[in-house]
Ligand binder design. Structure first.
Ligand code: KIV
Ligand code: ZN
Length: 510
């Protein structure tokens, strides 16, 4: 059996999903969870995108010691140098550099001839190889690239020192049988293909990202690039949990083994969802709330008599049921800090710890059992000192037959301002009251409410996606009271709009 390398790009390609940006601390938390899951390679970002991305890669490289840490870089000197610099303290560092090879990208985006692209690829790979020993090279838009040309470029990239060759289906155009065949052809036709690991990176525009990845594995690919929950641009990337459970469950078809500790899958899925504000649909394979629920009587009967009649995987093997009650009202600071530590959440100062601990106590007064998800939500929703807006109080009134009203007190840069607004419902009234003060001009693109755990005393976790001047942010808020959670999420989104900076998109032309 050969080893299938699992390469997670939740923090790079996943983050390219509109509004899914993560800050440094959040990336460290996700990085620690991925390390615990035994992910082989973690793509922590695109170092040249912004100073924030650079710092996040540095922080992940310092905090995560077991997995290889990778930064993306275009075939551009500055990108490659920034990637190497960000990875300096990594135990194992990889530079992932790429250039487009499809006729449409070369002509319209790069405005380069195929020979120029080949020359750039070789120069870039050599430069990266002089800085680190582990270099991945990707032919962007390989799914629409000419086979003969790709063979030439890849052969040259391996000769220049690339140790992994990645074949991305950038626009999600491939069909499994064809994609698998192409991977086999590349491996067979490229004379030095045995000197590199072949990898795939599939997007889900036709809903085939996982199917294409598995077809590639069946045809010789030994690395799959994927994201938690299938997060990613447009329709997303191949979902890590589906790829891993696919090869495990059908080990009769796939002659590979992978290192992943599948019990960490569900907690990590929850963590990524809570940090990014992208909820997981209930019927999502493996990590959706219904993935192991049996509704029909006949199925329940079968499962009770013999589990395998209707179940091909065990819920506990992917981490369902791991969210045991962890803390309660009487838990002290030491127990709180220890549990946070286990979740990969650390506090730089005692003051930071005190703020979150105080919020925990407030929550424990209202909610009997506190689960890991509640703790993660507490941290995700904790405001930063740079925040301009802070919710002071909110009183929402709604009654059948009457127009809902929200009375709000908001601190704006430390100054308390009071207002009240009517709305079509209490949440709408609260948002209008906030806007009455903030006058942000942002438009609401998405409003979603999720319960963090089960039970009617669960905290509601709200995502509010705001757009302003082309920038999109996801604000998060959690509270037992859904109207308060909604107001917190709206305010969080406003703060993100105020604080954030634009970053370069790696796939935009240089
Ligand atoms: O989809 C893609 O082509 C990518 C590359 C940068 C690897 O994300
Ligand atoms: Zn991609």
């Amino acid at each position: 059996m050969s080893q299938l390398i699992i390469f997670d790009t939740t923090m790079r390609d996943g983050e390219q999903s509109p509004g899914a940006s993560m800050n440094k601390e959040e990336k460290v938390r996700i990085g620690k969870a991925l390390e615990k899951m035994k992910v082989d390679v973690i793509e922590a970002g695109f170092a040249a995108a912004s100073p924030g991305d650079f710092e996040s890669i540095v922080a992940v490289a310092q905090a995560v010691r077991e997995s290889t840490i990778c930064s993306l870089a275009r075939i551009v000197d500055n990108d490659i140098d920034r990637a190497a610099l960000a990875l300096k303290s990594a135990e194992r560092a990889r530079i992932h550099t790429f250039i487009a090879t499809s006729p449409i990208h070369m002509e319209h985006k790069l405005r380069m001839t195929p020979d120029q692209v080949l020359e750039h690829a070789v120069r870039g790979v050599k430069r990266a190889r002089n800085l680190v020993s582990d270099v991945e090279f990707s032919c962007e838009d390989a799914g629409r690239s000419d086979m003969d040309f790709m063979c030439r470029v890849i052969e040259a990239a391996i000769k220049a020192g690339a140790t992994t060759i990645n074949i991305p289906d950038t626009v999600g155009y491939a069909i499994p049988e064809e994609f698998g065949r192409n991977i086999r052809t590349l491996i067979e036709r490229i004379p030095n293909s045995d000197k590199a690991i072949f990898s795939v990176h599939c997007h889900n525009d036709l809903g085939l990202a996982v199917a294409n990845s598995l077809a590639a594995v069946a045809n010789g690919a030994r690395q799959v690039e994927c994201t938690i929950n299938g997060l990613g641009e447009r329709a997303g990337n191949a979902a890590l949990e589906e790829v891993v459970m696919g090869v495990r469950t059908r080990s009769d078809l796939f002659d590979v083994t992978c290192n992943i500790d599948s019990k960490i899958i569900v907690p990590t899925s929850r963590l990524v969802s809570s940090i990014t504000g992208f909820p997981v649909q209930p019927n999502k394979a493996i990590v959706g709330a219904n993935a192991f629920a049996h509704e029909a009587g006949i199925h329940q009967d079968g499962v009770l008599k013999h589990r395998e009649t209707y179940e091909i995987m065990r819920a506990e093997d992917v981490g369902w049921g791991a969210n045991k009650m962890v803390l309660g009202k009487h838990s002290g600071r030491a127990a709180f800090r220890a549990r946070m530590d286990e979740l990969g959440i650390s506090f730089e100062t005692d003051q930071e710890l005190n703020v979150v601990f105080a919020r925990f106590k407030e929550l424990a007064d209202k909610k009997h059992d506190i689960f890991d998800e509640d703790l993660q939500a507490l941290v995700s929703a904790t405001r930063s000192i740079d925040d301009k807006y802070e919710l002071v109080t909110l009183e929402a009134h709604s009654q059948t037959g009457e127009t809902p009203v929200a009375k709000l007190s908001l601190a704006v840069a430390g100054q308390e301002v009071n207002t009240q607004s009517e709305g079509s419902g209490p949440v709408d009234a609260a948002f209008k009251a906030i806007e009455c003060i903030a006058k942000s001009d942002a438009s609401v693109q998405l409003y979603s409410v999720n319960s963090i755990t089960s039970g009617t005393d669960s905290q509601g976790e709200v995502t509010v996606r705001l757009e302003k001047g082309g920038r999109i942010v996801n604000g998060l808020g959690a509270d037992i009271d859904i109207v308060v959670a909604s107001a917190k999420a709206y305010i969080n989104a406003l703060n993100l709009l105020e604080n954030g900076t634009n970053k370069a998109h790696p796939q935009a032309s240089v």
